[in-house]
Design a protein around this ligand. Structure first.
Ligand SMILES: NC(=O)c1ccc[n+]([C@@H]2O[C@H](COP(=O)([O-])OP(=O)(O)OC[C@H]3O[C@@H](n4cnc5c(N)ncnc54)[C@H](O)[C@@H]3O)[C@@H](O)[C@H]2O)c1
Length: 375
């Protein structure tokens, strides 16, 4: 703990030198990290957030809570924080911000309680299993001055940000379509909610929701209509294919699988070029011109050059455990800046709600066999 504190203080000094100040007055007080409490110490907290937060001196995890005390104890030990119960965490005046990292069916109650307690809020996706519950959070947040950030971390992925810039700069010509895939080996039958759609589990609601958000983020368009096919085997919606159309008419598709290999990619096709982002590879970015064969020497050379031209980014990606993991680091950095009043938190609750709306419409489509119109 003392080593961690020493490292935190050194990082704070470095930040202060770069003009990152804490305190309310104009005096140059050296900031401490944002004091964060985490509720929910399961997979995402242990495997993703605590690892990412090690690279984020702007945030200090001070307390953790879980309905299962042994989970809280494990997270507390890893984070060098106190293990407390949820009520104690909510009532702790030293805690400035709360991360709600519990199953989706508990989000509305805990998110509202965190805002009632005057805390800034980090809320994991999906917002909730229903739009009614999501709206309870949205309505409470609208009456709060606190920052709220939804854990749709892939918006903070370096290669997604680059893809979005390429699209927005018009380099692809007319946008023709988007195709993406999010497949992974996870299928945890021992944890009931993870395989049950009514609890927001399964590839369609729990996972594909990330890509419904990426569609909106990269294109800057809203989703008008959605159609889905799913197959449920060991878990609900284990194999899912979703197609959709934006209000501008752009066709979109996402494949989401549990219990398979790891793929996580996004391609935007235009009339002049396509932008490809493979989120698990630091060299997974390419803007391919219309007439070029992907295996041609020119294409290979361009891809290799792009990777070595950005040695700083590549080195960071390797040290941070890969680009995939760095998106969590960037997300937490952004959250700290939002809490300190330097930026507005994003992705917002409105983004989280929009992605959930697509997921729930896709689920209705999978049940009915018909397309569902959203707007
Ligand atoms: N952004 C991402 O990449 C990502 C990855 C995985 C999970 N998630 C999201 O994070 C959330 C949690 O997922 P997980 O995989 O960690 O789930 P999990 O089931 O592994 O862990 C959830 C933890 O919350 C605890 N808990 C349940 N109800 C509680 C309550 N009322 N109060 C306090 N603790 C409670 C459980 O005991 C458990 O330890 C979900 O919303 C999930 O979709 C996000």
């Amino acid at each position: 703990v003392s080593l961690r504190r020493l490292l935190n203080e050194r990082a704070a000094t470095a930040l202060a030198r770069r003009g990152f100040r804490g305190g309310t007055g104009g005096s140059p007080t050296i900031i401490r990290g944002v004091r964060l409490g985490i509720i929910g110490c399961g997979y995402v907290t242990l495997d993703r957030h605590l690892q990412a937060l090690r690279h984020v001196p702007e945030i200090e995890v001070v307390a953790v809570a879980d309905a299962a005390p042994e989970r809280a104890a494990e997270a507390a030990q890893r984070a060098g924080a106190r293990a407390v119960d949820v009520d104690a965490l909510l009532g702790d005046g030293a805690v400035e911000a709360i991360a709600v990292c519990t199953p989706p069916a508990t989000h509305a109650e805990l998110a509202v309680a965190a805002l009632d307690a005057g805390k800034h809020l980090f809320l994991e996706k999906p917002l909730a299993p229903s739009l009614e519950e999501a709206d309870r959070i949205v309505e409470r947040a609208a009456r709060s001055s606190r920052q709220v950030l939804v854990g749709l971390n892939f918006r903070r992925h370096r290669l997604v940000e680059r893809a979005r810039d390429v699209v927005r700069e018009g380099r692809l010509g007319r946008i023709q379509a988007v195709r993406s895939a999010f497949t992974n080996p996870v299928l945890d039958e021992e944890i009931a909610w993870k395989t049950q759609r009514p609890l927001a589990g399964g590839a369609l609601v729990d996972r594909a929701v990330h890509h419904f958000d990426l569609w909106r983020f990269v294109l800057g368009e809203e989703i008008a209509e959605v159609f889905a096919l799913t197959r449920s085997e060991r878990g609900d919606d284990q194999s899912t294919l979703v197609t959709a159309r934006t209000t501008a008419g752009t066709p979109l598709t996402t494949l989401a699988l549990d219990d398979s290999v790891v793929t996580h990619d996004l391609t935007v096709y235009g009339s002049e070029a396509a932008v490809v982002s493979d989120l698990c590879r630091f060299e997974g970015f390419d803007v391919a011109p219309r007439t070029e064969l992907p295996g041609s020497p020119t294409a290979r050379l361009r891809r290799a050059r792009d990777a070595v031209r950005r040695p700083g980014e590549s080195l960071r990606a390797v040290r941070g455990g890969g680009d995939f993991r760095l998106s969590y680091v960037e997300q937490w950095r952004h959250f700290a800046r939002a809490v300190r009043g330097e930026v507005a938190a994003s992705p917002t609750l409105a983004d989280g709600r929009a992605a959930l709306e697509v997921a729930l419409a896709a689920a209705r489509s999978a049940d009915s066999g018909a397309a569902v119109r959203l707007r």
